[in-house]
Design a protein around this ligand. Sequence first.
Ligand code: AMP
Ligand code: GLY
Length: 423
Amino acid sequence: MKVLLIGSGGREHALAWKIAQSPLLDELYAAPGNPSIADHATLVALDVEDHAAVIAFAKEKAIDFVVVGPEAPLVAGLADDLRAAGIATFGPSKAAAQLEGSKGFTKDLCARYDIPTGAYQRFKSAEPAKDYVRAQGVPIVIKADGLAAGKGVTVAMTEAEALAAIDDCFDGAFGAAGAEVVVEAFLDGEEASFFCLSDGKTALALATAQDHKRVGDGDTGPNTGGMGAYSPAPVMTPAMVERTMKEIIEPTISGMAKDGNPFSGVFFAGLMITAKGPELIEYNVRFGDPECQVLMMRLKSDLLPILYATATGTLDKVEAEWRDDAALTVVLASKGYPGAYDKNTPIAHIPEASEEAKVFHAGTALKDGGLVATGGRVLNVTALGKTVTEAQARAYALADKVEWENGFCRRDIGWQAVAREKA
Ligand code: AMP
Ligand code: GLY
């Protein structure tokens, strides 16, 4: 099979690494890719916003299958256009990608199909949203409706914070994403991410993970795209997984199909495990980044036929097998992230990978023959272990061998699971 992978982050490096191991693979291309994806794929300098150019390239190279990594091209309808051109594609349609692209869309779906989630209302202007906040009281959660790179959510502990967050959204802090606002009840509990595949009819549970969204140790400081993650999430016991499938995932898949937007691709539910059970915080219509990196380390099965079955409506014919080991990834980010940071800082040394530990590249480039950091989140040091404690020790041992002056990482990724294992 000839495969084209769309994306350039740590998630796509992990996908490329795993797809490259498939005996079914003849050739792998990646657009635009990154220097380490180049170890597994031929990089193509395509503008992925130019759908016609992606289709033309796929036709020229007789690509059998396109795998789309990030959400932006999905929300822009790249998967629809590729499929319309007769090219098998892993990734949801633009209509189904609204599960991530519009928080209001997902909340309305939950309301229609009785999916447990926080009580909410949608607003198109500030005053009625503020009245609702005053009536509900705090804590309360304010969300820009659209894609805001993980920054459009304010968990407000005071009324002043909530009102300011509403003004921010309507004053354009998140551009068009903030033109509509969802105000939602605060849910209390432990968070977990639950990854599934669907071909529009069947849902296949993959695995669970927990990520660390805050930039600082002890889960402090501003939110980021994710500073580290581990899998499995201990809070997702087999009984909790079963309830989540029945109460959240299955009604979502059947509801999306009933509404004329069948969902095909990978998605993950951001869950809050409350005293009442699992409740939905949000959906994402792609692999999480860096959660994908830990999932790929744990996946025993060949990934390519699973993705292909998802895209071609035969998901009921495949299974995914997982290692019992835990996996943990530590994100090395540029100093200053998630605020302003220097670009093109030199990375002097990346340590060798082993069976149990490996460095995925998330935001690197080659400049004058040397490796430089180009993004906020730059490297994902990922390790397996019999326990999260062991995976954590291995990941930090490898991270400490990376030579990059301008990099930093949290030192406590996995702390909840490590505390549980000690107890
Ligand atoms: P989201 O972008 O929707 O994942 O939200 C970012 C983070 O905000 C989540 O990971 C939660 O930690 C928090 N959050 C979002 N919605 C709620 C809620 N209803 N109650 C409590 N925390 C929330
Ligand atoms: N790490 C969170 C995400 O990919 O949305």
